[in-house]
Ligand binder design. Structure first.
Ligand SMILES: Nc1ncnc2c1ncn2[C@@H]1O[C@H](COP(=O)(O)OP(=O)(O)OP(=O)(O)O)[C@@H](O)[C@H]1O
Ligand SMILES: [Mg+2]
Length: 388
């Protein structure tokens, strides 16, 4: 699709506007040996940044670099070694963030076989997790479709990512829960292999798992009470209120006592050598007009649902942090009809969304935005600002 001038419909944008937050923005980035870039600096604007270029030019790679600076890892690819330029041995990313008049420098360097080195204003982080939430961001990308079509793990990851960016204790609980779960599963394996059975040790692990699991469950439930109406609001906006979106929180803990379930499942868990119940099995049921979107939704409806979900995530984070996260929109107009694309673009160009990055293959150069804007052309592994 060739994106054209955006007609910002003031009424519909006002419908979505709730509060005005501080705007977090990335003012510059320096990439060294990162994917197809050997040395590249880009100076972004605080508002709308359009990145256009042919397939394979390096648009998504630039968004990937931004994701690394905010969340210490890639969004589009897992594994850090693949992010090092084919001909090099390490990569380094440096970013200058401006938040509420503060300037903060983040640098991240990685060499295969060594831990990532992350610095905030020259101070090295001991734990990468300490960085999560300082520079929040939301990404909308084509592969997000896995959230709908794949298993529950993808949906939990999304929810955990959302809450972790606003609640450090939640992230700690989650990491701790996963550690205890690994220990419990190892113990189940030992029992199954016929090693001495120590129920007291299992009771201790269960107690820890229950405490952490309940905290995670409560936080997910409370967060979803905010996220669900936001999802509905955004889906109604994108679809002109023709369809109703909903997500239900599915957890065994909704109706059961976690400690009783663990105890009741102990023998079964031993045979299966893993913990079969707990918040690590929670799921979200995505519905459109009360029917499963996975089973009955069209491609465009699925895409609209994902966008509404991500905009809900954006508002949730902005509200909790009183600051707009960065918003990265990778190739999102594919499969959306012209009307929905224009609405989305108008929303991205509005002051609701602080700093936004949009990638596309074609851009006609016209930007009608409520805020500052820049258009970058990406070709031959090089990013240049378009001049008209
Ligand atoms: N580690 C690496 N070293 C060098 N080049 C790499 C590396 N990883 C990926 N690339 C190259 O980066 C390019 C892909 O870039 P990217 O995914 O950012 O493209 P894009 O502009 O988003 O394209 P599309 O419009 O198709 O989505 C490919 O040419 C690929 O070969
Ligand atoms: Mg791409």
């Amino acid at each position: 699709m060739y994106l054209s001038k955006v007609k910002v419909n003031a009424d519909s944008i006002a419908y979505l506007r709730t509060s005005i937050y501080f705007v977090l923005h990335l003012s510059s980035i320096q990439l060294t040996n990162f994917r197809n870039y050997t040395e590249q600096q880009v100076l972004f604007c605080e508002g709308l940044n359009i990145l256009s270029g042919r397939n394979g030019a390096g648009k998504t790679n630039l968004l990937e670099a931004i994701n690394y600076l905010c969340l210490t890892k890639g969004y589009f690819h897992s594994g850090d070694s693949g992010a090092i330029n084919f001909k090099e041995e390490f990569f380094r990313l440096q970013g200058k963030f401006i938040a509420d008049e503060r300037t903060e420098n983040i640098s991240l360097a990685f060499q295969s076989g060594t831990p990532k080195l992350l610095k905030h204003d020259e101070i090295v982080y001991e734990k990468l997790a300490d960085h999560i939430g300082k520079f929040p961001l939301v990404v909308i990308a084509p592969d997000d479709i896995v959230l709908i079509i794949e298993g529950s793990e993808e949906r939990r990851k999304w929810l955990d990512n959302t809450i972790s960016q606003v609640n450090r204790l939640y992230l700690d609980d989650l990491m701790q829960y996963n550690r205890v779960l690994v220990q419990r599963n190892a113990l189940l394996k030992q029992w199954y292999a016929g090693q001495t059975r120590d129920d007291d040790l299992m009771n201790v692990l269960d107690e820890q798992l229950v405490k952490l699991g309940k905290q995670i469950y409560e936080e997910r439930k409370t967060s979803l009470q905010i996220l669900i109406p936001l999802l509905q609001k955004h889906y109604a906006f994108i679809s002109d209120a023709h369809e109703t979106a909903l997500m239900n929180y599915e957890s065994l803990l909704n109706e059961n006592d976690f400690s009783k379930i663990l105890l009741a499942n102990r023998e079964k868990d031993m045979i299966l050598q893993r913990t079969t119940a707990g918040v690590h099995r929670d799921d979200l049921d995505f519905l459109l007009n009360e029917f499963s979107i996975k089973k009955f939704g069209s491609q465009g409806q699925k895409k609209s649902f994902l966008i509404a979900l991500k905009l809900a995530q954006f508002d949730f984070i902005a509200e909790k942090k009183n600051e707009t996260p960065l918003l990265l929109l990778d190739d999102i107009f594919d499969k959306l009809d012209q009307h929905r694309s224009e609405k989305l673009l108008a929303d991205a160009a509005s002051k609701n969304r602080g700093q936004v990055f949009i990638t596309c293959t074609n851009w006609n150069g016209i930007i009608d935005s409520e805020k500052s804007s820049k258009h970058f052309l990406i070709e031959s592994n090089n990013v240049v600002e378009a001049v008209y």
